[in-house]
Design a protein around this ligand. Structure first.
Ligand SMILES: Cc1cc2nc3c(=O)[nH]c(=O)nc-3n(C[C@H](O)[C@H](O)[C@H](O)COP(=O)(O)OP(=O)(O)OC[C@H]3O[C@@H](n4cnc5c(N)ncnc54)[C@H](O)[C@@H]3O)c2cc1C
Length: 306
């Protein structure tokens, strides 16, 4: 078994992990980043609310550009391989990969979340093209369009209500027989004229990633320009749980404003946390902040101002 050593292991090569690696590189730290591909920044969307990119920048391009920026530093290594498990022995974190173990003094978890997208033939081609989850990110592009919000909770219904700022051509489709929308919010849906359809998605009419209609199991054809899914997401928290890192009631890693967890030497950034909204700008900030905190943690006592 190969055993390698680095100063900081970063898990995840989305905006949070790449930002952490960049800031660590400029602290002159040896940093090793592992990424298994995909994640929220791996779909086909263009980010139009990230400062500095008139017309927007595709999320995948941010990743490509981030790697180009990191290639300048000989002390940064990036491996397109998954980390399978992480354990702690003494002061060291040991990450197991298919190619051997990596030892490091600090760890930054940037593993993101997995969205619970509606499942129908071809759904993967539509994410970031005509199917979204984030009002902050994409509702502006829904102005005047035919929108279906998918979800069966009070929160999903509130998203439909907030969508009225952008369009009145709105439908709420539960995609589940189990509806948990509060009575008061049901009344508001009615007052705003938003139809509530309690049914599931059977299939979709899709052309080049663009959904033109959803077909329900009882045969209704619902024309649509943009679908907003509000079915929740699952944070990738398995390493946090294995290391005794606290997570909140939804499973997101609990951090302070320096991205520290309750376990010394372990930091978390981006969508796997719940500190800020799930945005590229927040992921980049949190990654950078985690890098600074990890760098300080690794200083020997004589370099610290305490
Ligand atoms: C359709 C869509 C549209 C969006 N639009 C916008 C927008 O307009 N503006 C905006 O600001 N945000 C937008 N977002 C949100 C934004 O993409 C996320 O906030 C951002 O990607 C979070 O970055 P992250 O690095 O935390 O996680 P991710 O981008 O999800 O990256 C996590 C990475 O960790 C890796 N990983 C996980 N586990 C392991 C492991 N065990 N070993 C190795 N690697 C691992 C994954 O493979 C992945 O590459 C959108 C998201 C989606 C899905």
């Amino acid at each position: 078994m190969t055993i390698s050593t680095t100063e900081v292991i970063v898990v995840g090569g989305g905006p949070a992990g790449l930002s952490a690696a960049l800031v660590l590189a400029r602290y002159n730290r040896h940093v090793t980043l592992f990424d298994k591909g995909g994640g929220r920044s791996g779909w086909g969307q263009t980010n139009r609310n990230f400062l500095g990119f008139p017309g927007g920048i595709p999320a995948r391009t941010i990743r490509v550009k981030g790697r180009e920026q990191l290639a300048y530093f000989d002390h940064v290594q990036i491996f397109d391989t998954p980390i399978d498990s992480i354990r702690k022995e003494g002061d060291m974190f040991i990450a197991a990969t298919p190619d051997g173990d990596w030892h490091a003094g600090a760890l930054i978890l940037c593993t993101g979340t997995v969205d619970r997208w509606p499942q129908f033939d071809g759904w993967q081609t539509t994410v970031g093209r005509s199917m979204f989850w984030c009002l902050t990110c994409d509702a502006y592009d829904a102005i005047g369009k035919e929108v279906i919000v998918v979800g069966s909770t009070t929160e999903a219904a509130c998203m439909a209500l907030q969508m009225t700022r952008f369009t009145r051509k709105l439908t709420l489709l539960t995609n589940s027989p189990d509806v948990t929308i509060s009575d008061v919010v049901l009344e508001r849906l009615e007052a705003f004229g938003i139809p509530l359809i309690v049914d599931e998605i059977a299939s979709a009419e899709i052309d080049d990633g663009m959904i033109h209609a959803l077909i329900t199991t009882d045969g209704q054809r619902l024309p649509v320009d943009m679908v907003f899914s509000h079915q929740g997401a699952d944070p990738r928290n398995e390493f946090a749980l294995a290391l005794g890192v606290d997570v909140n009631e939804l499973g997101y890693i609990v951090v302070d404003t320096e991205q520290k967890t309750n376990v010394p030497g372990v930091y978390a950034a981006g969508d796997v946390t719940y500190l800020h909204s799930h945005q590229i700008s927040a992921a980049v900030h949190e990654g950078a902040q985690a890098a600074s905190a990890a760098n300080y943690y690794l200083y020997p006592p004589e370099l610290k101002d305490e």
